[in-house]
Design a protein around this ligand. Sequence first.
Ligand code: GAL
Length: 410
Amino acid sequence: MKLIKTLLASTAALAFSTSAFATDLEVTHWWTSGGEAAAVAEFAKAFNEGGDKWVDGAIAGSGGVARPIIISRIIGGDPMGATQLNHGRQAEELVEAGLMLDLTDIAEKEGWKDVVNPVRLLNACTLDGKVYCVPVNIHSPQWIWLSHAAYEKAGVPVPANWSEYVASAPKLREAGVVPLAMGQQSWQTQLAFDTLLVAVGGTELFTNILSNKDAAAAGSAEATKVFDAFATARELAQGANVQDWNQATNMVITGKAGGQIMGDWAQGEFQVANQVAGKDYTCLPGLGVNDIIATGGDAFYFPKTDDPEITAAQKRMASSMIRKDVQVAFNLKKGSLPIRGDVDLSAANDCMKKGLKILAAGNVLPDGVNVLSADTAGQIQDLMSEFFNNTNITVADAQSRYVDIIKNAD
Ligand code: GAL
């Protein structure tokens, strides 16, 4: 009997292994922080389940470093099997050049149009009616993360909004705490500026400048208020000598800094450090001023090859990433929201719940944001980082340069 059982078990194992897949795909991404690595492991696990192999091609140093490497490899004829990019315009030229795999057949078969919420995330993957990427999460940059330990040290209550936060800064300094943790990479300063733009300036100003490329709005008195707030942030960040965003998050986790303006991916770091939202840290979407978030995020693209086996594996990977269980497992670790509304998120923490509530209320930045070309986006990043790192640049100088960039933006 025992022998029969063993035989049956090994026959089943054999049947499984012959039907299983066995394609290696190299996957590039810039998810190298603790929280990001934990999240990406969920994707690898799901892909490997069927016998394929996720060959991890993590590129350290954030999107600013990884993106040009990824793009030049694809253009230069050394494509990976799959790659992370932000959905939006980053892959536009690659798709137009016919270098990316068309996923329309699986998107239709699996009804992506009906499950992706908001559907604009799928639209951002679509060109001329064809789907070229799989959106995997909703990330919003417009948050501040506050350290309870730091506020306890300073003896002041955890602030509820940007102005309370600014008012609390002198007490933090007295207690030897840096008010604002800020990494030196230019995308981080630009993220802080854009967050202030929507929080202090409001949604209309944000869309007028970034979507409508309205130079008059960029030069307006309302925009000056945003630059003033950015100058305040510059002061508050004095002494925060870190480079990477997750090092800045670590200052908040360890109580060395009062807060950090950063996207909701920061949650992944708090989770890895076993910190609890609402107990060890507080998150304020829209800096507690304007409860609104943008629905950007990440998507995976699959460079086209002539090898049908690779193409099939690429499609299997795309399918696994959008699967309900994988969406939940990945996003809980990543700190992002899932791109499908039909999943069970009872395990979401306080901060994710805030994000979900805002999303359900439709308080999202309207269509048309994140539409700057890579060139325009780069110019703005350079300006913001220069301003932030050089206190000799005045608000007036920076704003007039901003107006020029928006005037010529595409
Ligand atoms: C963003 C990406 C996020 C996050 C962040 C920092 O571009 O969308 O997923 O990882 O970079 O690495």
